[in-house]
Design a protein. Structure first.
Ligand code: QV4
Ligand code: CA
Length: 515
């Protein structure tokens, strides 16, 4: 059994850096994407669950008015087809949005709004008022009177492709100036458009949001985004330190095979690191000869972007259903055992700012590798209204809501991440195959067995002597452990035995799970 280094990697980087990368008082917890949740349910969840568990913030689905698609019936992606910046959407009214932001901020859970500013709805959406606030629009004439936008506000004159759509991702001009999936492409270099977008974003900032997930940034020029972000208000001083600026993380899918690179967007804010989930999925599936022990150099050592620029996740709302990027290696709630291991690894490891996905179940219908039901929207009533999220006696969710963030293993690892925040990776151990362990300073330690054999090892944990409750098989409740327990001796060493047949073949202990 080869043992590996016992020393800590130097705590890299400093607390400085532009504030777009670090959201203020970022205590190390994770963001959770409550995909398609209603505003009133999010408000309840902030108070009853997210704050006590140590979640840092919530990414909410796009709050702007969007088209109502009837064919297919109310797909989730109708929210990525704006018709105005009015704040009524499938998740609720402006009043409900405002109330949710206040209630979440009051308990220290920040709100990050998913904002769609690259485009409006699809060109062939027709005309009428089938929209979530009832605003009239005429897509073929590029008229959105509720903003207002008119044909002059779109990029038709700039696009050089035959169809007007993006046809070639190797052509950076097409990618920015043509229509993504036929969606009417806004001209962010025009003062009128800039004004409308900035007003929309500042309305949200003044309401109390802490920042944004900016949709489709690859399709907008960094120079234009710089102008837009430069006009954002400081965060609302009711909840944030005076002079704080919004945390921005930009959706740019860069798997290395296109001329447009994530690095172009680093000076503007954080960027989604899609290589993270694609590669981590391959490692935990043991594809391409990958082994868990290869994760010893995880992070920039694997060619990922600098940690203080990265927004990382195991899966997201697109690639959990075959949209966007990441492919077959992506792990999702459909494969819970491997998924929990990968999410636990992400939350224990110091790299990046993490986002946990919270999904709903749908009736997958996979034909030739593609899910024909990838469009299915959230749990809804026959009239299309989104259902509330019922919380069961076991703390799980009902009515088709998956609530991965409420799985005890994931919740407890979010808390773990808060406790070890700022501590360097220490005491890495592996068996040269698929058994690994590492600590975070003297605050926490995790051991994972993804081999087809028993893990039986005595390891340096870096923790002080004592008896610790495993937070994966249970947790510390009062003065006892509801799951496994681990005894650390006076030299910080502990003996771990993990069967590869365990439901969850990994153990995690931390300073606050000590008896
Ligand atoms: C269809 C055809 C097009 C055709 C068009 C004609 O596919 O070839 O040009 O009709 O009108 C929906 C349908 C899509 C349809 C389109 C209407 O799925 O078939 O095009 O509407 O034009 C989400 C969904 C898309 C959905 C879109 C709009 O994923 O399927 O399209 O919402 O409703 C790239 C980008 C990346 C992007 C990713 C999906 O670089 O930024 O594609 N990811 C973000 C969001 C994603 C969202 C969008 C961008 C668009 O994460 O959820 O797409 O806002 O990689
Ligand atoms: Ca564009």
């Amino acid at each position: 059994m080869k043992t590996r280094t016992k020393w800590c990697l130097l705590a890299l980087g400093f607390g400085l850096g532009l504030s777009q990368y670090h959201s203020h008082t970022h205590h190390g917890g994770s963001i959770v994407h409550l995909f398609e949740w209603r505003w009133s349910d999010i408000a309840d969840e902030c108070e009853r669950y997210l704050a006590p568990s140590g979640f840092h913030g919530v990414q909410i689905s796009p709050p702007s008015e969007h088209i109502v698609v009837s064919k297919p019936h109310r797909p989730w992606w109708e929210r990525y087809q704006p018709v105005s910046y009015n704040l009524c959407s499938r998740s609720g009214t402006e009043h409900e949005l405002r109330d949710m932001i206040r209630r979440c901020n009051d308990v220290g859970v920040k709100i990050y709004a998913d904002v769609v500013i690259n485009h409006m709805c699809m060109a062939d959406a027709g005309e009428g008022s089938r929209s979530t606030c009832g605003s009239y629009f005429n897509a073929s004439r590029e008229e959105f009177p509720s903003v207002p936008y008119s044909a002059a506000d779109f990029n038709d004159d700039k696009c050089t492709s035959g169809s007007g759509n993006i046809e070639n991702y190797q052509d950076i001009y097409q990618v920015r100036n043509c229509r993504l999936l036929g969606l009417l492409d806004l001209a962010q270099d025009k003062e009128h458009v800039r004004g409308k977008i900035v007003d929309y974003l500042n309305t949200l900032v003044d309401m109390g949001v802490a920042g944004f997930r900016v949709d489709a940034c690859k399709h907008m020029w960094p120079a234009d985004l710089k102008v837009l972000y430069g006009r954002l208000h400081n965060l609302n001083p009711k909840w944030f330190p005076k002079g704080s600026s919004p945390l921005i993380y930009q959706e740019v899918i860069d798997l290395g095979d296109e001329p447009i690179k994530a690095g172009e967007y680093y000076p503007l804010g954080r960027v989604t690191e899609f290589k993270y989930g694609a590669m981590l999925g391959s490692v935990f599936r043991k594809w391409n000869g990958y082994k868990l022990s290869d994760l010893r150099s995880w992070g920039e050592g694997w060619g990922l972007m600098p940690s203080d620029k990265a927004l990382v996740f195991v899966d997201n709302h697109d690639n959990q259903r075959g949209h966007g990027a990441g492919g077959a290696s992506i792990l999702t709630f459909w494969e819970p055992r491997l998924y929990k291991m990968a999410v636990a690894f992400m939350l224990a490891h110091p790299y990046g700012m993490t986002r946990v996905m919270s999904s709903y179940r749908w009736d997958r219908h996979i034909v030739k590798g593609k899910d024909e039901n990838d469009w299915v929207g959230p749990p809804s009533y026959p009239d299309g209204t989104t259902k509330p999220v019922p919380i069961g006696p076991d703390g799980g969710c009902g009515d088709g809501w998956v609530c991965e963030h409420r799985w005890p293993q994931i919740r407890n690892m979010v808390t773990f991440r808060v406790i070890v925040n700022g501590q360097p990776l220490c005491n890495w151990w592996d068996n040269g195959s698929n058994q690994i362990a590492f600590g975070r300073g003297d605050r926490g330690f995790i051991v994972i067995n993804n081999d087809e054999c028993f893990l039986d090892a005595t390891l340096n944990t870096g923790l002080t002597a004592g008896t610790y409750c495993d937070v994966i098989s249970g947790q510390k409740t009062g003065d006892r452990c509801t799951g496994k327990q681990v005894t650390v001796d006076s030299r910080g060493r502990a003996h771990f035995r993990i069967s590869n047949m365990d439901q969850d073949p990994f153990i995690a202990i931390h300073r606050d799970s000590k008896l």
